[in-house]
Design a protein. Structure first.
Length: 161
């Protein structure tokens, strides 16, 4: 999910949505949410909701935001690639870790979502939804070299997760 004033709303878990209604009320922001998270956001009684899908482009002024559907943490988790340079990953990818899959997620879908990142330019900056790693942000290249989940084969991934 993306509220135009707060781009870390990447899925409908309460820790990412608790302030969305206040933001919308204060700024008249539009909330962008993946169709698989729509019902959860609808419960917040927000009127300005736009459903987004994988590979959609959101334009905010000169900023081009590509939606990347990354199920695994939740069915409708998304990441936002901003101007092909910065990636907001929510709870899909952390610095040196990944989000949990035991709160309505799916481990196999998480593995498949991480494969999308492996194909990206290594210089893309990564901004996770939580600060659990050794630093606040990283790059795709850093994660490919230092994140055990990004380095793991499918068989290894299921063992370490």
């Amino acid at each position: 999910m993306l509220a135009c004033t707060n781009s870390h709303q990447t899925h409908a878990h309460q820790d990412h949505t608790s302030g969305v209604k206040d933001i919308v009320n204060a700024t008249d922001a539009t909330v962008y949410v993946h169709k698989k998270e729509f019902n959860e956001i609808k419960k917040l009684n927000i009127n300005k909701i736009i459903i987004i899908n994988d590979n959609d482009i959101i334009n905010i002024g000169k900023i081009k935001i590509k939606v990347i559907h990354t199920p695994g943490h939740t069915p409708g988790s998304v990441c936002f690639l901003i101007n092909n340079k910065k990636l907001i990953t929510g709870d899909t990818l952390f610095v040196e870790a990944i989000g949990r899959v035991d709160l309505g997620g799916d481990i196999e879908k998480m593995f498949n979502s991480l494969q999308k990142f492996k194909k990206m330019n290594e210089n893309i900056e990564v901004y996770p939804g939580h600060d659990y790693g050794s630093k606040h942000s990283s790059t795709i290249g850093y994660e490919k070299k230092n994140n055990p989940y990004m380095k793991a084969s499918k068989e290894e991934f299921f063992k370490i997760r």
